[in-house]
Design a protein around this ligand. Structure first.
Ligand code: UD1
Length: 338
């Protein structure tokens, strides 16, 4: 397929087609947040709405919830799955920036059911890229994952290390990044992949055994149940409060010279599961002991980001520390207010 050069005029016309005909709107951008009803997606939507940006969400509500967007108004919500190319085409129509968060996360879920996560994480991503290319979207920011590094021995993890995925999820996220880079090389669609490292915060759903560990630990402690630690608890993670990721992603949507790049966004600090458990137990004021169980298949031992590239290319700096993030998250699980 031949891709014609992009024209400024085309973008102006498309922006008015987004149902925002006023002259003022011509100077604003339009964002699509895929998976916008999910945990990280809903935080991106909130920040964009706060900044006065027009936002559309596409979400199939497979892991997200409409209620995650109850506190914001003016979002153009499209319910559907990006595994359907027609949905992807409708989602990107008139859009300038795509923040692609839609995915079926979780390492163990992908080990148990690789086909479903493949469809959500690879087929849907390819559909979205094809649709974005054809609709002349300005840039796609892809949610990559630190799981791509696997157990490469060096810490912290730098983006130029050879990836070593240990699970279908890790491989699928890596393929997504590579598709993004390919669409930049092949078709000139601007793409950038941001590798997330164990993101946590308000609205992370604790209700599934596949939920993120911080949400599981907090909900167990608040309900007086004993959390389970898989393995000896000495595995480490670069736990990143969600506001840091929102900042990194929004910077990536506008930064010059980042097309085709993969960039870690995290804190650069690693915390063991045992440390995490103790911090949360102190904050909650509980004396519950964890249950130690067998290590999980596909689990990475240590994870810690080198964030030098994000600093250089995005001007990124972590805004919220791990400790402050835990406070804010715990407040939300206690009160429902972020
Ligand atoms: C991985 C990715 C992360 C990605 C996430 C998506 C790595 C290093 N990180 O997170 O980038 O966003 O998948 O789901 O691969 N654990 C317990 N008890 C529990 C639950 C978990 O001990 O009840 C342990 C796990 O075995 C693991 C750690 O906590 O060692 C973190 O688990 P989880 O929150 O599921 O995230 P990762 O699999 O590390």
């Amino acid at each position: 397929m031949v891709v014609a050069p992009k024209h400024v005029g085309l973008h102006v016309r498309r922006r008015t087609e987004f149902g925002l005909p006023s002259a003022r709107r011509l100077f604003m951008s339009s964002y699509l947040v895929t998976g916008g009803a999910g945990f990280i997606g809903s935080h991106l939507v909130t920040e964009l709405i706060t900044r006065g940006e027009p936002v559309r969400v596409v979400d199939d509500l497979s892991t997200g919830f409409r209620r995650n967007l109850d506190h914001v108004s003016g979002v153009d919500f499209l319910e559907g799955s990006l595994a359907d190319l027609d949905v992807a085409r409708r989602a990107v129509d008139g859009i300038e920036f795509v923040l692609h968060q839609a995915a079926i996360p979780s390492v163990p879920r992908s080990v148990a059911d690789p086909l479903t996560s493949h469809r959500a994480n690879i087929d849907a991503t390819l559909n979205l890229l094809v649709a974005a290319r054809d609709a002349r979207v300005r840039r796609v920011v892809f949610a990559g994952s630190s799981s791509a590094y696997g157990n490469t021995p060096t810490l912290p993890k730098r983006e130029d290390m050879t990836p070593k995925p240990l699970s279908p999820y890790a491989l699928q996220k890596l393929v997504g990044e590579q598709y993004c880079a390919l669409f930049w090389d092949l078709y000139g669609l601007e793409t950038v992949s941001i590798r997330y490292f164990n993101v946590f915060g308000p609205r992370q759903d604790p209700s599934s055994p596949y939920s993120g560990v911080i949400s599981l630990f907090i909900s167990a402690l608040l309900q007086g149940r004993r959390p389970i630690i898989f393995g000896d608890g000495e595995q480490t993670r670069d736990f990143t409060y969600v506001a840091n990721v929102v900042d990194g992603v929004l910077r990536a949507s506008r930064a010059p010279g980042v097309s085709g790049e993969v960039i870690n966004v995290a804190t650069g600090v690693r915390i063991s599961l045992n440390q995490l458990f103790r911090s949360l137990r102190d904050l909650v004021g509980s004396d519950i002991e964890p249950i130690y169980s067998d290590p999980r298949a596909g689990d990475v031992r240590d994870s810690q980001a080198d964030i030098g590239k994000a600093r250089r290319l995005l001007g990124y700096e972590p805004l919220i520390s791990f400790e402050e993030g835990l406070h804010r998250t715990l407040d939300w699980y206690r009160t429902g207010v972020a």
